[in-house]
Design a protein around this ligand. Structure first.
Ligand SMILES: Nc1ncnc2c1ncn2[C@@H]1O[C@H](COP(=O)(O)OP(=O)(O)O)[C@@H](O)[C@H]1O
Ligand SMILES: [Mg+2]
Length: 254
């Protein structure tokens, strides 16, 4: 086989990681007079690396996350009262294996979504199937969907290892259909021991009001809180700090 035929064979065998680096590895082997096994191992590693990064990319896409956030760029000095060690506990992802939940409740702009997204992203990197939902938007979409579409949506929200419901009750009252699907999600995931992380500006005592049904709220909370970390985010808004910084650096218009 000549080089072109080798490359064609590699593509046919779906070894595109090897195909991509082959010419480099050939040069390297010639330059270093490297033993065959060393070159072969490097080529296998190229294939493995390529497959792993593809899988990670696919998991990230499926998660619905819009950004790759981490706790590395989180400023813990800004709001010193945040439950830092509980956040890092979540970041270990142990709660996913335990089928436990987390409720992150508190003031706007304090980093609730940031922490939830960082945990979700870490989970995609570790091979978990994750679904991130902006709760109000997705529940409104559910309410407008056909019966067949609703079945599909519910399946998609029950199946993953980790479900994030971000900003639940952002718009206060949610529709009857939204309340029903929230109940279905929590009940089904509870039975299957699958983890949920919820962020909200609304304290749980008020959930009955936003669901329009106190009994439903208590059956939902009952299951959520059975195995659950409660994280309270008290402090000032980082968004306001960023806005203030922008104003400060904007030159005065004349
Ligand atoms: N302590 C912090 N350090 C760094 N960035 C932060 C911090 N808290 C919040 N942010 C950033 O401020 C913005 C608002 O935070 P977010 O997590 O959306 O707040 P919340 O969901 O609590 O309303 C985001 O861009 C987030 O990355
Ligand atoms: Mg948020």
């Amino acid at each position: 086989m000549n080089m072109i035929e080798i490359e064609r064979a590699l593509r046919e065998l779906r070894l595109s990681g090897i195909a991509e680096t082959l010419s480099t590895r050939v040069m390297q082997a010639q330059a270093a007079q490297q033993p065959f096994l060393e070159t072969f191992a490097a080529m296998l590693q190229d294939e493995l690396d390529r497959r792993r990064s593809r899988l990670t990319e696919r998991r990230f896409k499926r998660s619905g996350l819009d950004e790759r956030l981490s706790l590395a760029d989180f400023d813990w000095r800004f709001n010193p009262k945040l439950p830092r060690s509980a956040c890092f506990d979540l970041h270990t992802l142990k709660f996913i294996g335990e089928g436990a939940n987390a409720l992150i409740i508190g003031k706007p702009g304090t980093g609730k979504s940031h922490v939830a997204k960082a945990v979700a992203y870490q989970a995609t990197l570790q091979g978990y199937d994750v679904r991130y939902l902006e709760a109000d938007t997705e529940f409104a979409r559910y309410a407008l969907a056909s019966t067949a579409e609703r079945t599909e949506l519910l399946k998609d929200w029950v199946a993953p290892d980790l479900l994030i419901l971000d900003d639940l009750f952002l718009a206060r009252r949610i529709s009857e259909h939204a309340a029903e699907v929230l109940q279905a999600i929590v009940h089904q995931r509870y039975k299957l021991r699958r983890a949920i992380v919820i962020t909200s500006n609304r304290v749980v005592q008020d959930w009955g009001k936003y669901l329009g049904d106190a009994t439903m709220a208590s059956t939902i909370l009952d299951r959520l809180m059975h195995r659950c970390a409660m994280l309270e985010f008290e402090g000032k808004s980082y968004r306001l700090k960023e806005a203030a910084a922008r104003i400060a650096i904007t030159p005065e218009s004349s």
